[in-house]
Each structure stands twice: as C-alpha cells, then as structure tokens.
Design a protein around this ligand. Structure first.
Ligand SMILES: *Cc1c(COP(=O)(O)O)cnc(C)c1O
Length: 421
C-alpha cells in the first residue's frame, strides 16, 4: 500500500494534489511520500520483531538525503557501497556504528576513509580485498569488524542482471570454499571476523530461494563456529521484491516467519539490508505528455520523461504501472500504446504495449513504483538535465533535489588550452 491515491478524481501524493506540484516544480519530477517510506520500514521491522536485529537500508536504491534521513529517523542504519554513499549517509545523520560497507570493489582509499570516519562492519567479498583491508587497518593501528560474504550458489529466480547468488556471479566467495578464507582472515592483523553475509539478488518474488540460501548461511555459521571462529552476526542481505503491478511477492511477515524458523536457536545478531522493499512504492515519476503520435500498428505517447530519467524498463525490461493524474482520462476506450521519451534510442521505452485510454497532449501521467533504482540511475544522456526530486509529508512538499540547470549541465565540461580562443 502507498499514499498515492485519487481524491475527487485527482491523483494526490499524500494530501498534495499532483497538478499543483507539477505547476510548482515543472515536469518531469520524482515524488516521494514520507508516510509510505515510514510505513514500509515499520512493516519490515515489525515482521522481524522479537529477534535481535539491525536493519541497514541499502542506500543504493535511493540515496537522496531526505529519504535516508526519513529512514534514519525510523531507526534504520545504512548499507553502503562507496565512499560517496558513506558521505551521503553521514550528511543524512546516520551514526558511523550503524553503517555496513558492502561491495566487490572497495578501493584502499575508500577503506581508509571508512576506518577514519568510523564504520560498523565491512562485508568482504574476496581474499585480495581481505588482504588490502588488513593492510589499511594495520597502517592505522586500527582493527575492523568484518563479515565475509559467501556465495551459496542459489538461483534467486529473478532477472539475470539483478541475480547475485549464483557461483558464476561476481559476488561473494563460494561456500564451502570460503572456510579457508575465514581461516586466513583469523590470522590477519587488524581483522576481527564477526559474521557471515549473504545477498542473493534483488526483486525476489518467491521465498524458496531465500530459504535455501539462509539455510546454507545458518549451516555456515555453525560450521565456522566448529572451526573455532566466534561468529555472532549473520547478515541476510536484502532482495525482497515489491509488486510492480504484475508479480505478487511474499509479504514481509511471511518472510519474517521464515527467517525465524530458519535461524531458530542460532543465537546470532541478524542483519538485513532492504532497499527496494522500503523505497520502491514510496516514489513515483510524474511526466507530461508532449505529443501523441498515431502509427499504423500502435500509438506512441511521447512524454517529457525518458530512459535517462528512468532506465529500468530499458535495462531490465522492468514494468512500471502507468496511470493518469486525472482519473477521468482512464475511462476512454483502451488502445495499445507505447509510452516513450524523446531520447534518440529505440530502447527509450518507459512502458510497452499498454492497453490504456489514450491520453491527450499536456496530460500528466505517473509511473508508479519509481522510488528504487530510478532517480539514482539517472544520467544526462542527450544533454537532458537531471530532474527534480520532491518529498511530500501530509500537505507539505519540499524540493529535495533541484532540477539541474543548463548552467550546471554545461559547467562540467571544460575546453583544453589548444581549443580555447
Ligand atoms: C543491492 C543490495 C541490497 C539491496 O537489495 P534490494 O533488492 O534493494 O533489497 C542489499 N545488500 C547488498 C549487498 C546489495 O548489493
């Protein structure tokens, strides 16, 4: 459930009518709902109530400071994958001891930055990374808590580009081969082995793959304790899917019940890194129709949002439900349309083969479920400025990222001496 609903035939974000917002900030823009963010975080936390847990919001899903701060106020920590994300979560007010550093390619300078500013845990993904981290920690006379990410070779049953738990993926160290990595880690200066981490993919719509992977992780904890390691943390990652209008993913409470069953008696702090589940349905992309272009086979609805603003459909064939801001526009006879942007690429399709009543030029449309992996992946391709992001709370709204100006867009380029006048 979210807080984007029709009131008197006009789509609202919480209590803010979208036509007024479009008037105020221009289009296209992303719009986030505070109440929806809070609701999703609380549902997830409640599903795990009674367990010893830490929830670390996966910032890469949406790294807007207002989103991070809203979730931090609910008690969330942060799962980060770069120095930039560490800087963002600091700016949003997340305490260093609530930050987990994930990712396959942390550089030494990023490691040093994390150690200098404070971090709860590194999730290490390879032996070379482990050695580098030991060096960096030693050079600072520091010691760092780590989990080692194991790869359970479980098929998440999700899109291949967001599947991470197969042995052919770059992520984690295959289990049980990782036992020797744990043994090595135990001998390295500056390294405290604390946990096992796992994350098998994103947008999982079945509990089965999670359960298989979690069982492997729980067995790994037991085996490693037998090997003499003091494992007191188990990081179960993120990945729980959301309904984009098609599949019906498991509920957080079913997920929580499964976690309780699989980890019963383990006596470990459990860590979670949800991203999409928290933010996806808390965001929408609002766009205006520029032209409606009929052709022999289908009608093209050309909008002012494009693949550079929302690349998920192009990159992952992702489905976003499209609805009109004025409810009356949905009552005409449906026709098959493609909703496309102005970018000069055939792949610039936001929604393909939709049977909807054809909108008119200047109508506002909304792409739902656009809070995760959406604004964060935007680019300026075709020299299109980054769009505005707005957050609403009740009747209030605030621009939480300004629309990029053309001056800012141009200012990133400089001419070499030999081309200057
Ligand atoms: C991307 C990622 C997540 C979040 O995944 P969601 O599908 O958004 O929940 C969590 N942990 C790690 C290590 C990730 O790479």
């Amino acid at each position: 459930m979210d807080h984007f609903t029709y009131k008197n035939g006009v789509l609202h974000a919480e209590d803010v009518p979208l036509p007024a917002l479009a008037e105020a900030v221009g289009t296209p823009f992303y719009c986030y709902s505070t109440a929806t963010l809070q609701r999703h975080y609380r549902i997830f936390a409640e599903a795990l109530a009674g367990l010893d847990v830490g929830i670390y919001y996966a910032v890469k899903a949406n790294d807007n400071l207002a989103v991070i701060r809203t979730l931090a106020n609910e008690g969330a920590g942060a799962d980060v994958v770069s120095e930039g994300e560490i800087r963002k979560v600091h700016a949003a007010g997340v305490a260093p001891d609530k930050i987990v550093f994930s990712g396959v390619g942390k550089t030494r300078s990023e490691m040093a930055f994390a150690l200098e500013t404070g971090i709860l845990q590194f999730n290490v993904e390879s032996e070379p990374e482990l050695e580098a981290l030991s060096d960096v920690a030693q050079a600072r006379n520091a010691s760092v808590d780590i989990a080692i990410r194991i790869n359970p070779d479980v098929d998440a049953g999700t899109h291949h580009k967001i599947s991470t738990g197969r042995k052919e993926n770059k992520f984690g160290i295959p289990w049980p081969e990782a036992r020797s990595t744990f043994a090595k880690a135990a001998t390295l200066p500056g390294i405290n082995v604390r946990g096992v981490a796992i994350h098998i993919g994103s947008q999982l719509t079945q509990l089965g793959p999670f359960e298989r992977a979690f069982e492997i992780a729980v067995d790994a904890v037991r085996q490693l304790r037998n090997d003499g390691h003091q494992i007191d943390r188990l990081d179960l990652g993120g990945g729980l899917g959301v309904p984009y209008g098609v599949a019906d993913p498991p509920s957080p409470s079913d997920y929580g019940d499964m976690v309780k069953r699989v980890t019963a008696g383990l006596d470990c702090r459990l860590m979670f890194e949800p991203g999409r589940l928290i933010v996806a349905n808390a965001g929408i992309l609002v766009t205006r129709v520029i032209y409606v272009k009929p052709s022999a086979d289908k009608t093209f609805v050309i909008t002012d949002a494009a693949m550079n603003d929302l690349i998920r459909p192009t990159l992952y064939s992702a489905y976003h439900e499209v609805i009109p801001v004025l409810q009356a526009r949905s009552t005409g006879t449906p026709r098959t349309v493609d909703i496309v942007g102005p970018v000069c690429e055939t792949g610039d399709i936001l929604a393909e083969n939709r049977d909807i009543s054809v909108p008119l030029a200047d109508d506002l449309l909304v792409l739902r479920t656009a809070g995760a992996y959406a604004a964060v992946m935007a680019s300026t391709y075709n020299a299109r400025p980054l769009v505005a992001e707005v957050m609403v709370r009740g009747t209030a709204h605030a621009v939480v990222r300004e629309r990029q100006t053309y001056e800012a867009l141009l200012s990133t380029n400089t001419l070499p001496d030999w081309l200057s006048p």
